[in-house]
Design a protein around this ligand. Sequence first.
Ligand SMILES: NC(=O)c1ccc[n+]([C@@H]2O[C@H](COP(=O)([O-])OP(=O)(O)OC[C@H]3O[C@@H](n4cnc5c(N)ncnc54)[C@H](OP(=O)(O)O)[C@@H]3O)[C@@H](O)[C@H]2O)c1
Length: 285
Amino acid sequence: MKKVLVIGAKGMLGQEIVRVFGDTGNFEVMAWDRSNIDITDFQQVQNKIPAIKPAILINCAAYNNVDGAEVEADAAYLLNAKAVENLAKVCKFTGITFVHYSTDYVFSGRESAGYAEDAKPDPQSVYAKSKFAGEKAVQGVDGNFYLIRLSRLFGKPAESAKAKKSFVDIMLNLARTKSEIEVVDEEYASPTYATDLAKATLDILKFQSPFGIYHRTNDGACTWFEFAKEIFRQTNMQTKVIPVRADKFLRPAARPKFSKLISTKLPTLRPWSEALKAYLDQAIL
Ligand SMILES: NC(=O)c1ccc[n+]([C@@H]2O[C@H](COP(=O)([O-])OP(=O)(O)OC[C@H]3O[C@@H](n4cnc5c(N)ncnc54)[C@H](OP(=O)(O)O)[C@@H]3O)[C@@H](O)[C@H]2O)c1
């Protein structure tokens, strides 16, 4: 059985990776959260990872607070770039396949047609720049890596309390107390269901896809307003959704206007509204 080490195992994506890989029965899955390793501590990374010799390391840990990064740039770069470079190096020198995730926000968002894997990044916020620095570090180390970009992750809420909340859960929570919600009717991107992304990651490894960059989101794209409307339509909630412009809310970080990720290397995943239904069908509302 191949040994797989999952870091950030209590995050939204990490917990799905642990479940999906575990369910195959083909992997020995080691699920590490922050109590097992702090990836910003290079000594821990250098000592603990080679000691267990995994065949594959899947890094789901990240600094994900898009607005927070504008005032915590050092923390964002430490986790999204420096720690990632260290992981990539340890993987290269220990013969481990490294799987790492990045974001649609590495693109400027000026291309309404979307972005293929080889499009030129042009990040516009500190968070996006720190994630892009992580991408460049992984590519620079040049080991055996899969760099998978995604956008708008949703799924079972993360076990760890500080993990990022998904837009779906934020909307469902707001709807419990509000009859009307204003939502930005701009910023086209593709929602990504954590379960589908975990299975897509498994497929990339199982079919030994060539190392490199992949785009794995659900198919289609929407604004936040369209996403919210679909959430309430599928849950039969009467909450009124009011479309507003992006500048209605004061958000410190710039967001791309169009950041649909185009997959040219692999077939697209199922449409986002189907994936949303799959999540809502099993979520306790
Ligand atoms: N969420 C999105 O909408 C989105 C969009 C685009 C790309 N992505 C990317 O997708 C990947 C998965 O994101 P996610 O939303 O699943 O993340 P998440 O739910 O926020 O989970 C991140 C995990 O990383 C752990 N972590 C934080 N600092 C750590 C450290 N120093 N050492 C070890 N672990 C640490 C956290 O543990 P604690 O809770 O204990 O701190 C948490 O369990 C990330 O690369 C992210 O950038 C996400």
